[in-house]
Design a protein around this ligand. Sequence first.
Ligand SMILES: C[C@H](O)[C@H](O)[C@H]1CNC2=NC(N)=NC(=O)C2=N1
Length: 115
Amino acid sequence: MPTATPSALAREVIGPCPRNSPPLARAEAETLLAQVPNWTLSPDGTVLLRDFTLPDFAGAYALVERIAALAEAADHHPDIAFGWGYVRLSLQTHAIGGLHRNDFIMAARIETLPH
Ligand SMILES: C[C@H](O)[C@H](O)[C@H]1CNC2=NC(N)=NC(=O)C2=N1
């Protein structure tokens, strides 16, 4: 269960997102998606998605705890669903109802967690 070295994207600062910022256009989101290859875009291009498979419920719960701690530290929070053997994440910047660079930074940070 090695911890990945943070990518350049993961080391960027998650800054404030003014409510009038335009969400990323689909083409911009797809360019950033190349830097978080385990993630996908929702069909409408407004949400970043990631599924993890874990060995059991305890493994899923432990990963949720690590993600929650990271999210609190960054003040940027994915929606999380989990159960026996899985964790499902959705990331969006609620303030703008779409994707911001912050979502991709958070996704890249989540990739550094052991799982
Ligand atoms: C006040 C606080 O900084 C904001 O509500 C933050 C908290 N976490 C957040 N998380 C996400 N995913 N989107 C947001 O817009 C958001 N806003």
